[in-house]
Design a binder for this molecule. Structure first.
Ligand SMILES: Cc1cc2nc3c(=O)[nH]c(=O)nc-3n(C[C@H](O)[C@H](O)[C@H](O)COP(=O)(O)OP(=O)(O)OC[C@H]3O[C@@H](n4cnc5c(N)ncnc54)[C@H](O)[C@@H]3O)c2cc1C
Length: 509
C-alpha cells in the first residue's frame, strides 16, 4: 500500500510537534515520521532551563538576542521570534497543553509566572518547570497530537532521503521495520534536531546525527551558518555526562578554577553571565591552565537542592556532592546554522520546510541566546505547519529502489568511523579553531564521507545512514568554518597562538 499524506513532518521534538499541530488545525491530514522510540530521543525532552518569553520590554529581548549573537543575527528573524513569543506560548503551552510552569496560577498572565534569568539576558524572562522544562512540554504535546489532534505517528521510522523530481520535494523514503518504502506528501517538514553525535562530548541525546540537514544538502537545498556550533560551558564531564543549566549561574552560582579562584570577572564585565561562547572558551582555557573548573553552587538561595532538585538528583546519581563544587567542562550543545529558511520555515526547495534546530532562521546568528531554542522551534513550527497545510495534494513519483545487496556491517565498522569523525571534529572544528587545522579537517572528513558513501550504495541500515549524515554534517561544518571569518562561537585563532609548529606539521586530524 502506498503511503501518502498532505503534510509529512520528520521528527517529534518541539519543532515537529508545533508544525504538526498547526497543520492539523488548518485541516490537513498530518503524518509524523520519527526515529524516536521514546520522548527522550529528542533534545526537547532534555531541555532544562526553560523557554524565554517576551516580557514588558520587547526591545530589551530584541537587544539581548542581537548582542548574544555578536551583532550578527537577522533583525527580521528576531522580530518574528519576539513578536510571536507570547501568543505562541499562551496558545500552545498554556491553553492547549496546560504545562505546569513554576508560579503559574489558573488564569494568571505570563507576567505573573516565576521567570528565571540566564546568561546574556538583561531581565528575568524564562518560564520553567523546575530544571526539567523540556519533558513537561514534550510529553503532553505528543499525547495531545496522538489522542486529540488526529495526527498519525510512524514511530521508530527513520527518514533516509528526500524524494525529489524536477526540483520539487514529494516526500521521503523511510526505513520502517527493516523495509525501505516511500511516504509521499504534499509538503514535507524537516524537524530532525541537531548534530551532537559529530562530537566526542555533547549534551545531545544519541541520534542527533544531523539527518535532515544531510538529506536537504543531498537534495540541493541551501545550507547556511554551519560554522556556528555552540558549546555549553557547564556540562558534567564524567562518563555519564549531563548539563548544568545556565539557570544555575542565573541564580548566583559562580565558576572557580582548580585553585578556587573566580576567573570570569577578568574575562567579561558580565562574568558568569557573559554570552555562552565567551564563558565556554574561558572554562576550556582555565581547565587547560589549572586542571579543573568547578561550579560553586553555594550562593544559590535558599540552597541548590531546593532550587534545582532535578539537578541535585543527577549529582547524587553520580556521587557528586554539590557542596564540594560540581566539576564542569564545555560540551557541544547546539547548532545555530542548518537548512536555510525564511520567516515561515520555507527552504529553497519547492514544498520543503525546515524548523527547529535543523533550520537556520537567522535568529541566532553566530551565537544563540540561552533558552531561545525551544521558543524558536515553537514559533517557526507553528508558522511552517500553517503554511505547509496550504499545499497541493501529494503526488506519488517513481521512488528510487535502494540496493540491499550486501549484509549489514559489523558494529565495529561504525564505531571506528565515528571515532575518526569525532576526534577530527573535537580537535580541529571545536571550541577554538585554526585555519590550518580546519584545512586538514576538511580533507580528513572528505575522505571519511567518501568511504561511508561507498557503503550506502549497497546497504541500508539506520546506523549506516546516521553515520553518513553525521559525516556529511561534519564536512559541512568544517567547510563553512574554513571560509568564514571568526565570529561568535566560530572562534578562529592564528596558528601561532596555539602551537607554532602546527602549520608546518600538516599531520592528519
Ligand atoms: C541537555 C539540553 C538542555 C537544553 N536546555 C534548553 C533550554 O532550557 N531551553 C532551550 O530553549 N533550549 C534548550 N536546549 C536546546 C533545545 O532543547 C533544542 O535545541 C530543541 O529542543 C530542538 O528541538 P527540535 O524539535 O528541533 O529537535 P529535537 O527535540 O532534537 O527533535 C528531533 C526529532 O527528530 C527525530 N529525528 C531525527 N532524525 C530523524 C530521521 N532521519 N527520521 C525520523 N526522525 C528523525 C528525533 O528522533 C527527534 O524526535 C537544550 C538542549 C539539550 C540537549
Amino acid at each position: 500500500m502506498t503511503r501518502a499524506t498532505d503534510v509529512l513532518v520528520i521528527g517529534s521534538g518541539i519543532a515537529g510537534c508545533a508544525a504538526a499541530l498547526a497543520a492539523s488545525r488548518a485541516g490537513a491530514d498530518v503524518t509524523v515520521a520519527t526515529k524516536a522510540t521514546a520522548p527522550a530521543d529528542a533534545s526537547t525532552d532534555w531541555a532544562q532551563g526553560g523557554i524565554a518569553v517576551t516580557g514588558a520590554d520587547p526591545e530589551s529581548f530584541r537587544g539581548d538576542v542581537l548582542d548574544a549573537s555578536a551583532g550578527t543575527a537577522d533583525a527580521g528573524a528576531i522580530d518574528v521570534l519576539v513578536n510571536d513569543a507570547r501568543d505562541a506560548v499562551n496558545d500552545v503551552l498554556v491553553d492547549t497543553l496546560d504545562v505546569p510552569f513554576d508560579g503559574a496560577a489558573p488564569g494568571a498572565p505570563l507576567a505573573a509566572y516565576d521567570r528565571g534569568r540566564e546568561a546574556a539576558h538583561s531581565e528575568r524572562r524564562i518560564l520553567h518547570v523546575n530544571a526539567a522544562t523540556g519533558s513537561h512540554i514534550l510529553r503532553p504535546f505528543l499525547n495531545h497530537l496522538r489522542d486529540r489532534a488526529g495526527v498519525t505517528f510512524l514511530d521508530d521510522t527513520m527518514a533516509l532521503d528526500l524524494l525529489t523530481h524536477e526540483g520539487r520535494v514529494h516526500g521521503v523514503s523511510v526505513l520502517d521495520d527493516g523495509v525501505v518504502e516511500p511516504v509521499f506528501a504534499g509538503t514535507t517538514v524537516l524537524a530532525t534536531g541537531g548534530i551532537g553525535s559529530c562530537y566526542e562530548t555533547t549534551t545531545n541525546p544519541d541520534g542527533a546525527t544531523g539527518d535532515g540537514i544531510a538529506m536537504a544538502a543531498f537534495a540541493g537545498a541551501r545550507i547556511a551558518d554551519m560554522q556556528y556550533v555552540q558549546f555549553h560551558p557547564t556540562a558534567y564531564p564524567g562518563s555519564d555526562p549531563f548539563l548544568l543549566s545556565e539557570a544555575v549561574r542565573g541564580e548566583g552560582a559562580v565558576l572557580r578554577n582548580a585553585a578556587g579562584e573566580r576567573f570570569l570577572p577578568d574575562v567579561h564585565e558580565d562574568a558568569e553571565l557573559a554570552p555562552r561562547d565567551v564563558v565556554a572558551r574561558a572554562v576550556a582555557s582555565e581547565r587547560e591552565r589549572t586542571g579543573s573548573v568547578q561550579l560553586d553552587v553555594s550562593p544559590v538561595a535558599p540552597d541548590f537542592a531546593t532550587a534545582f532538585p532535578d539537578l541535585a538528583a543527577l549529582c547524587a546519581d553520580r556521587g557528586v556532592d554539590p557542596a564540594d563544587g560540581i566539576p564542569v567542562a564545555p560540551a557541544e550543545h547546539y547548532l545555530c546554522g542548518g537548512v536555510a529558511v525564511d520567516d515561515r520555515g520555507r527552504t529553497t526547495l519547492d514544498r520543503l520546510y525546515a524548523v527547529g534546530e535543523c533550520a537556520r532562521t537567522g535568529v541566532h546568528g553566530a551565537n544563540r541566546l540561552a533558552s531561545t531554542s525551544l521558543l524558536e522551534g515553537l514559533v517557526w513550527g507553528l508558522r511552517a505547519g500553517e503554511s505547509a497545510a496550504d499545499a497541493d495534494d501529494p503526488e506519488p513519483i517513481e521512488a528510487p529502489d535502494p540496493l540491499e545487496r550486501d549484509p549489514d556491517l559489523p558494529d565495529a565498522f561504525a564505531e571506528a568511523k565515528y571515532r575518526r569523525l569525532r576526534e577530527t571534529m573535537e580537535t580541529a572544528v571545536g571550541i577554538e579553531r585554526t585555519r590550518s587545522g580546519l584545512d586538514r579537517a576538511r580533507s580528513a572528513l572528505r575522505r571519511l564521507k567518501g568511504e561511508v558513501d561507498a557503503y550506502t550504495r549497497t546497504r541500508v541500515s539506520r546506523s549506516l545512514y546516521e553515520l553518513r549524515n553525521a559525516a556529511v554534517c561534519g564536512l559541512l561544518v568544517a567547510r563553512a568554518a574554513s571560509d568564514a571569518p571568526s565570529a561568535g562561537c566560530h572562534y578562529v585563532v592564528t596558528d601561532a597562538d596555539t602551537d607554532p609548529t602546527a602549520a608546518q606539521r600538516g599531520d592528519a586530524c
